[in-house]
Unconditional design. Structure first.
Length: 122
Protein backbone atom coordinates (compact mmCIF):
# COMPACT_ATOMS: atom_id res chain seq x y z
CA UNK A 1 0.00 0.00 0.00
CA UNK A 2 1.37 3.43 -0.90
CA UNK A 3 1.52 6.11 1.75
CA UNK A 4 -0.04 9.50 1.06
CA UNK A 5 0.05 12.40 3.50
CA UNK A 6 -3.17 13.93 4.79
CA UNK A 7 -4.72 16.36 2.35
CA UNK A 8 -5.80 19.83 3.46
CA UNK A 9 -9.44 18.67 3.47
CA UNK A 10 -8.65 15.59 5.54
CA UNK A 11 -6.61 17.61 7.99
CA UNK A 12 -9.39 20.18 8.32
CA UNK A 13 -11.92 17.39 8.95
CA UNK A 14 -9.81 15.84 11.73
CA UNK A 15 -8.70 19.05 13.46
CA UNK A 16 -11.93 19.74 15.45
CA UNK A 17 -11.77 16.23 16.95
CA UNK A 18 -8.28 16.67 18.39
CA UNK A 19 -7.68 17.81 21.95
CA UNK A 20 -6.91 21.52 22.34
CA UNK A 21 -3.35 22.73 22.76
CA UNK A 22 -2.36 23.04 26.42
CA UNK A 23 -2.83 26.53 27.89
CA UNK A 24 0.32 26.27 30.00
CA UNK A 25 3.62 24.54 29.37
CA UNK A 26 5.00 23.40 26.04
CA UNK A 27 2.72 23.27 23.06
CA UNK A 28 2.25 19.93 21.32
CA UNK A 29 4.25 19.15 18.22
CA UNK A 30 2.42 19.90 14.96
CA UNK A 31 -0.63 17.61 14.90
CA UNK A 32 -0.76 17.17 11.12
CA UNK A 33 2.94 16.31 10.95
CA UNK A 34 2.62 13.84 13.82
CA UNK A 35 -0.49 12.18 12.38
CA UNK A 36 1.33 11.80 9.05
CA UNK A 37 4.19 10.12 10.95
CA UNK A 38 1.75 7.70 12.62
CA UNK A 39 0.05 6.92 9.31
CA UNK A 40 3.45 6.41 7.66
CA UNK A 41 4.34 3.67 10.15
CA UNK A 42 0.91 2.04 10.08
CA UNK A 43 0.69 1.98 6.28
CA UNK A 44 4.29 1.13 5.36
CA UNK A 45 4.92 -1.20 8.29
CA UNK A 46 8.33 0.34 8.99
CA UNK A 47 9.90 0.58 12.43
CA UNK A 48 9.15 3.74 14.42
CA UNK A 49 12.84 4.68 14.24
CA UNK A 50 12.65 4.65 10.44
CA UNK A 51 10.15 7.51 10.14
CA UNK A 52 11.53 10.18 7.76
CA UNK A 53 12.96 13.15 9.66
CA UNK A 54 10.47 15.59 8.13
CA UNK A 55 7.76 14.02 10.35
CA UNK A 56 9.53 14.93 13.56
CA UNK A 57 10.46 12.64 16.42
CA UNK A 58 9.37 9.03 16.21
CA UNK A 59 9.01 9.03 20.00
CA UNK A 60 6.49 11.87 19.80
CA UNK A 61 4.50 10.02 17.14
CA UNK A 62 4.52 6.75 19.10
CA UNK A 63 3.50 8.43 22.37
CA UNK A 64 0.74 10.40 20.64
CA UNK A 65 -0.65 7.21 19.07
CA UNK A 66 -0.69 5.46 22.45
CA UNK A 67 -2.13 8.42 24.40
CA UNK A 68 -4.83 9.25 21.88
CA UNK A 69 -5.75 5.56 21.65
CA UNK A 70 -6.29 5.34 25.39
CA UNK A 71 -8.24 8.64 25.37
CA UNK A 72 -10.53 7.44 22.57
CA UNK A 73 -9.49 10.21 20.15
CA UNK A 74 -8.96 7.80 17.23
CA UNK A 75 -12.29 6.10 17.88
CA UNK A 76 -14.08 9.46 17.82
CA UNK A 77 -12.38 10.40 14.55
CA UNK A 78 -13.38 7.09 12.94
CA UNK A 79 -16.97 7.48 14.13
CA UNK A 80 -17.10 10.97 12.58
CA UNK A 81 -15.64 9.66 9.31
CA UNK A 82 -18.29 6.93 9.26
CA UNK A 83 -21.11 9.36 10.07
CA UNK A 84 -19.91 11.77 7.39
CA UNK A 85 -19.80 8.97 4.82
CA UNK A 86 -23.40 7.99 5.70
CA UNK A 87 -24.48 11.62 5.42
CA UNK A 88 -22.85 11.99 2.00
CA UNK A 89 -24.32 8.70 0.78
CA UNK A 90 -20.87 7.15 0.33
CA UNK A 91 -21.59 4.40 2.84
CA UNK A 92 -24.64 2.19 2.96
CA UNK A 93 -25.56 -0.96 4.83
CA UNK A 94 -28.12 -2.06 2.23
CA UNK A 95 -25.79 -4.88 1.25
CA UNK A 96 -23.51 -6.36 3.88
CA UNK A 97 -21.05 -9.20 3.56
CA UNK A 98 -19.72 -10.94 6.63
CA UNK A 99 -16.61 -13.05 6.34
CA UNK A 100 -15.23 -15.45 8.86
CA UNK A 101 -12.38 -17.88 9.21
CA UNK A 102 -12.60 -21.31 10.69
CA UNK A 103 -9.82 -22.91 12.67
CA UNK A 104 -9.59 -26.67 12.75
CA UNK A 105 -9.91 -28.20 16.18
CA UNK A 106 -7.16 -30.37 17.55
CA UNK A 107 -7.05 -34.03 16.67
CA UNK A 108 -9.43 -36.29 18.60
CA UNK A 109 -6.76 -38.13 20.56
CA UNK A 110 -4.96 -35.02 21.88
CA UNK A 111 -8.18 -33.25 22.83
CA UNK A 112 -8.88 -35.89 25.47
CA UNK A 113 -5.95 -34.65 27.56
CA UNK A 114 -7.14 -31.03 27.58
CA UNK A 115 -9.15 -30.20 30.69
CA UNK A 116 -10.23 -27.06 32.49
CA UNK A 117 -8.40 -27.80 35.75
CA UNK A 118 -4.94 -28.91 36.74
CA UNK A 119 -6.42 -31.72 38.75
CA UNK A 120 -7.69 -33.38 35.57
CA UNK A 121 -4.19 -33.47 34.02
CA UNK A 122 -2.76 -35.83 36.61
Amino acid sequence: MNFMELSDDQSSFIRPHLPPQPKVGRKRANDRQTINAILYVLITGCRWRDIPRNYGSYVTAWKRLKRWSSEGIWTNILIEIRNNAYHLGELSLDIVSVDSSLVDSKKEESSLSITATRKGRE
